[in-house]
Ligand binder design. Structure first.
Ligand code: NCD
Length: 306
């Protein structure tokens, strides 16, 4: 049976450590891995828009010497003719060795994994999970902060529909001394099922509305975009979209060593003037994405490089 990545919890903390160590080694010694995936093919099946996730997967496979095929929208695949995800993946299993799938429906990657003969990577399923963004985020925090435990993480924006936030909370909840400060309007709070998990594990979190109050005492501020495509009506989106705008003035209230992260794409929630602040690491974060995806492809394909 192939091994899949559907949720960050599919990997133990030790496995995540090994994955991040491997990503670090790939980053320092890229030549060593340049032919690791010779004659292997990655399929990218994207039923929803993407820039970073799809291209970093493709770039990861090319940097490993492999090939890539796939589609970048539902319109250009047989989904437009009514084909199911399970039929598509059954066929793709005979064209490729590993598949990354993004789909607007929660659980789509899971359904694909049930019918797949090759490893399936969830590259985002609706407002549910986005485990490879979380691997990217963990590597960014571990590299730039030097640790994954004892951190106070502010999550700000659309915590209801933001799948990157859901996956990150799950993953970080396994480290010691994590505290979450969830900053959102009441309508966009973290879903109850995620809070129940935190309660069950006795993990510290608060839900607040004011970014100004929260920003003074954080190790990480993880900003998110309001997820327009998941709103049921446009008026609600328009009311919420500029609720938080991180600018220079707000950054002047933040600790000197606080990191600002964002999975990207950014819309209005971080003003461009913040980009030059050394604490703004979101573009660096996107670079880490390629290395961790290289490590993930090697791990799921069980390819060892000495
Ligand atoms: C995120 C996503 O798709 O959930 N983007 C990404 O993969 N980096 C965040 C977003 O779209 O807001």
């Amino acid at each position: 049976m192939p091994r899949h990545l559907l949720n960050p919890m599919d990997f133990s903390v030790e496995e995540l450590d090994r994955l991040m160590d491997l990503a670090g080694d790939i980053r320092s010694n890229p030549d060593k891995y340049a032919h690791a995936c010779d004659r292997k093919t990655l399929a990218t099946c994207f039923y929803e828009p993407s820039t970073r996730t799809r291209l970093s997967f493709e770039s990861a496979m090319y940097h490993l010497g492999g090939h890539v095929l796939g589609f970048s929208s539902a319109d250009s695949s047989s989904a437009a003719k009514g084909e199911s995800v399970s039929d598509t993946i059954r066929v793709i299993s005979s064209y490729a060795d590993i598949c990354a799938i993004r789909h607007p429906k929660e659980g789509a990657a899971y359904v694909a994994s049930l019918h797949s003969g090759i490893p399936v990577i969830n590259a985002g399923d609706g407002g549910h999970q986005h485990p490879t963004q979380t691997l990217t985020d963990l590597l960014t925090i571990r590299t730039l902060k030097g640790r994954l435990d004892r951190i106070r993480v502010g999550l700000c924006g659309d915590l209801k529909f933001g799948r990157t936030v859901h996956s990150l909370i799950n993953a970080l909840s396994r480290y010691e001394g994590i505290e979450f400060v969830m900053i959102s309007p009441p309508e966009l709070r973290v879903p109850e099922y995620i809070l129940e998990n935190l309660d069950a594990k006795n993990i510290s979190y608060v839900q607040v509305q004011s970014l100004d109050d929260a920003i003074t005492d954080l190790d990480i501020l993880y900003m998110t975009r309001v997820q327009r495509e998941r709103f049921f009506n446009e008026d609600d989106y328009v009311r919420m979209k500029d609720f938080y705008i991180l600018n220079k003035e707000k950054m002047s209230l933040a600790p000197a060593d606080m990191l600002v992260m964002h999975p990207l794409p950014r819309v209005n929630e971080i003003s461009v003037e913040v980009d030059e602040d050394p604490r703004a690491v979101y573009f660096q974060q996107a670079q880490f994405g390629m290395y961790i995806r290289m490590a993930l492809i090697l791990t799921l394909l069980e390819i060892k490089v000495d």
